[in-house]
Ligand binder design. Structure first.
Ligand code: ZN
Ligand code: ZN
Length: 266
């Protein structure tokens, strides 16, 4: 059976600093899910645990637990399972913004490894200036996360091809510097741990731009390595949900995904 768009595990609310949209609230997000017939959604606001040295990453100073947990309790619905998660961060020195004692508070944890244009938080100025280095960091950062002691059954790796990987004119060069052999090794490890790999609505546009060959290849390697996939709109505003049908359908078709390829760790 073809992979169904029946869930969305990466959604920001107005509590994320880069949304701040009062319309992007828990009730409106639930309405989107009910209208689309989704059975599971997850709120994943940007989060840096205040129990982890927050000086490392000042952008996240207010994206702490007291802040993101203001969304609780989530409304109940007969049709939709409404999960509470977070999108944490990996600093440039490979520290994750999530302490062990908080693992149990989240139903699902999105870990981004590709926020590579956020100097000097996730990458040094010097490394950020080099497409070769950013390509290497794609693997090194994924490797660092997969070497941590995390509750992997409820961890998802966000946007493999994030727009924050490089400036648009350097995106192709950055992707071309990703070692596909290393990608295969890491995806096999991720598959073994039961980690979910995200199909991010925004990433799907790369399947049609000048990077399409390498973009698709990376996801195909993940599939061939046995990884399971989940869908993430990464919506920051209600309008972001509008393009999801088309984008997810494209990714599902191009990758020829079936229900067998679906991540069910949440
Ligand atoms: Zn992200
Ligand atoms: Zn996000």
């Amino acid at each position: 059976m073809r992979f169904q768009y029946d869930h969305d595990l990466h959604i920001h609310s107005g509590l994320s600093l880069c949304s701040k949209d009062p319309e992007q609230n828990k009730e409106n997000i639930l309405r989107y899910a009910e209208e689309k017939g989704l059975h599971t959604i997850c709120i994943t606001d940007h989060f840096w645990d205040e129990k982890v040295d927050v000086e490392r990453i000042p952008w996240y100073f207010n994206q702490n637990y007291p802040h993101i947990s203001q969304i609780l309790p989530l409304p109940k619905s007969d049709k939709v399972r409404y999960l509470f998660g977070c999108e944490t961060e990996l600093s440039k020195d490979m520290v994750l913004g999530l302490s062990k004692e908080r693992y149990d508070l989240f139903d699902f944890i999105v870990v981004p490894t590709t926020h590579l244009r956020c100097e000097p938080l996730t990458i040094s100025k010097e490394e950020g200036a080099s497409a070769v280095r950013r390509g290497q960091l794609w693997s090194e950062r994924l490797d660092a996360v997969l070497s941590m002691d995390l509750p992997f059954h409820k961890v998802g790796i966000a946007h493999l091809l994030c727009g924050l990987m490089a400036n648009p004119d350097e995106l192709l060069q950055t992707m071309q510097n990703i070692s596909l052999l290393e990608a295969e090794r890491l995806f096999k490890k991720a598959a073994n741990f039961g980690v979910g790999i995200e199909i991010n609505a925004d990433d799907v546009k790369h399947f049609e731009d000048e990077t399409k060959e390498i973009s698709l290849k990376i996801y195909q390697i993940a599939k061939e390595s046995g990884c399971k996939f989940y869908l993430g709109s990464d919506a920051h505003h209600l309008r972001d949900f509008e393009t999801c049908d088309e984008r997810f359908a494209k990714a599902i078709d191009l990758l020829d995904l079936t229900e067998e390829d679906k991540y069910f760790g949440y």
